[in-house]
Structure formats: structure tokens, C-alpha cells
Design a protein around this ligand. Structure first.
Ligand SMILES: [Fe+2]
Ligand SMILES: [Fe+2]
Length: 306
């Protein structure tokens, strides 16, 4: 199903043909697909004194609790917070895979658009297995999302319209992608963490492209009711995302009071800046395609993403 008018001018951006975009992404996938099981060094032990996540990206960084922590406890928190991000990463990807499958359910099976969606699902399968292998090796707990988020998302991933599915996908992919782009070149970080984030950054760039081009087409073709629903859901997604992004169980697991941690994070200007920077390219894009209404913008601001 092509959008109503695939080549017409929409604002500043020309809507690109679905098949043309998919063809380029398929070519890029052929050139740069990575098998993490073969290409990463899983056997070397972790290096003493190296970080599991850059300290500036740790949720508590710069807060009074952080200032009073020994270097050893900061490293422990980084390791556990890295594990929480890997855990949520797997959860995000499982949801995104189902959303992609729903998206292609009624599309022509031999189209490049469908072939690329299947390619992306194969990428996400490798990523989730890579994150799980990393969690096993790092010997940390695994952090599932809360039962409320788990069950609300169960409904969302089975009923959302395509535009809402794509906003969810981009929110999951772009903020983590920004953090990973900061992480993989950082020499203070464990080599395996750098390898995992590098693999992910290379392949996610294509996923972001696919989701953005499709969201543009969906918004262009949407009727008034669909636009209203999409904008309302876009606002709500910020809340869900920020609440589940770092599992609050990481704090007691590192001997930090959970309530105090959450309060200091809410008050942390540094943390707001990190989230805002991580989401900036996405918020600009969502603004451009008209995915925000006034309430949505307010919810994103309250969540610290705008
Ligand atoms: Fe992924
Ligand atoms: Fe992805």
C-alpha cells in the first residue's frame, strides 16, 4: 500500500517512495550486517578500572548521592545501570519486532518494503541475543519493566495504529542510539561494551531511517481522527519511556535509597540535559511531521525530553 501521494512536496521534505527507501536500506544491510557472536570478543575478561557505562550518562551523575559515593560504588552503579539498559533494550526490541510484523501483515510479500522489515527484525533478533549474552557475562541482575508497563504495552503493541507504533519505535531507538554514539568511542569504557554499542549504532541508523520515512508517509496520509489519536499517544509515550528507561531497582541493588535517588534525579539539571540532548533530533523530527499537539509538548517537557 503506497501513501496517497508518495512524491508530493510535504513541507520542506519530499516524501520518498517506499520501495526506493527500502532498496537503499537493503543494499546497506548487505554491506554492513554484523554477527555479534562472531565479531565481538566474548572470551576476554572485563578490564579492571574500566567503566560499564560512561559516568556522565549514569542517572545519578553529579547529584549529592553521586558526590558522596566511593569510586568503587560508582563503578558498581554503572555496571548495574548498564545491565538495566541492556534489559530494557531487549524489551524494546521484542515490542518493536511485533510492531513491525503487524505493519507488514497486509503488505505485498515480495515488496522491498516488506523485505527490509524482515531484515530489520533479523537485526533485532541478533541485538537481543547480544544484549542477553552481555547480561549473562556481566553477572548482574536482569531488570524487567514493571508489571503495569508490561501489561499496558501488551495492549499497545497489539492495537496501536502504524503512526503510534513508529513514534514508539523512534523513541526507543533514538535516545539509546544517542547514548551509544557517546559510549563506543570512549576509551574509559570496557571494550566489550564499546563493541556492543558500536554494532548497535551501525545497524540502528538504518532502522531509524526506515521508521522516519514511514512515519512521514503515515502522517501525510492520516485523516483528522488518526492525527488526533497519534498526537495524544505521542504525548503519553514520553511518560512511559522515562518511567521505564532506568529501572529504579538498580538503586537499592547498589545500596542507594531508591526514593532519595529518584528525587535527586528529578532535580538534576545534568540529567535533564542528557535526556534532552538524547531526544533532540527526535523531537525536532516529530515537530516537523506534526506529531505533537500542545498537550504532547507539555508531557514531553514534564518528562524532561523537551
Ligand atoms: Fe536493536
Ligand atoms: Fe532497531
Amino acid at each position: 500500500m503506497a501513501s496517497k501521494t508518495p512524491d508530493r512536496q510535504a513541507g520542506k521534505h519530499t516524501l520518498k517512495d517506499r520501495e526506493e527507501v527500502a532498496e537503499r536500506l537493503l543494499e546497506a544491510s548487505l554491506r554492513h550486517s554484523i554477527d555479534p557472536d562472531r565479531e565481538l570478543d566474548w572470551d576476554s575478561p572485563f578490564e579492571d578500572g574500566k567503566w560499564f557505562w560512561p559516568p556522565e550518562l549514569i542517572s545519578l551523575y553529579g547529584t549529592p548521592l553521586w558526590q558522596n559515593m566511593s569510586e568503587e560504588r560508582r563503578h558498581r552503579l554503572a555496571r548495574v545501570e548498564g545491565a538495566a539498559l541492556a534489559s530494557i533494550g531487549i524489551w524494546f526490541e521484542i515490542v518493536v519486532m511485533q510492531l513491525l510484523l503487524r505493519h507488514i501483515y497486509d503488505k505485498p510479500v515480495t515488496s522491498k518494503h516488506v523485505r527490509y522489515a524482515l531484515t530489520e527484525i533479523a537485526d533485532e533478533c541478533r541485538h537481543s541475543m547480544m544484549f542477553a549474552r552481555f547480561l549473562t557475562k556481566s553477572g548482574t541482575p536482569v531488570y524487567p519493566v514493571s508489571p503495569v508497563t508490561q501489561n499496558l504495552t501488551r495492549i499497545f503493541k497489539s492495537t496501536s495504529n502504524t503512526a503510534c507504533s513508529l513514534v514508539f519505535t523512534l523513541l526507543c531507538e533514538e535516545v539509546i542510539d544517542w547514548m551509544q554514539r557517546v559510549t563506543f568511542p570512549d576509551e574509559r569504557v570496557q571494550p566489550l561494551v564499546r563493541g556492543v554499542t558500536r554494532v548497535h549504532v551501525i545497524e540502528e541508523a538504518r532502522h531509524v531511517r526506515y521508521a522516519r520515512e514511514e512515519l512521514r508517509r503515515q502522517m501525510d496520509a492520516a485523516g483528522r481522527l488518526e492525527l488526533r489519536v497519534t498526537r495524544a499517544v505521542t504525548g503519553e509515550l514520553a511518560r512511559v519511556f522515562v518511567r521505564s528507561f532506568v529501572n529504579p531497582e538498580v538503586y537499592p541493588d547498589c545500596g542507594v535509597n531508591r526514593r532519595a535517588a529518584l528525587r535527586q534525579i528529578r532535580e538534576s539539571e545534568h540529567r535533564r540535559e542528557v535526556l534532552r540532548k538524547g531526544a533532540r533530533r527526535l523531537t525536532d523530527f516529530l515537530e516537523e511531521v506534526g506529531a505533537f499537539d500542545r498537550r504532547g509538548r507539555r508531557l514531553w517537557r514534564e518528562a524532561g525530553l523537551l
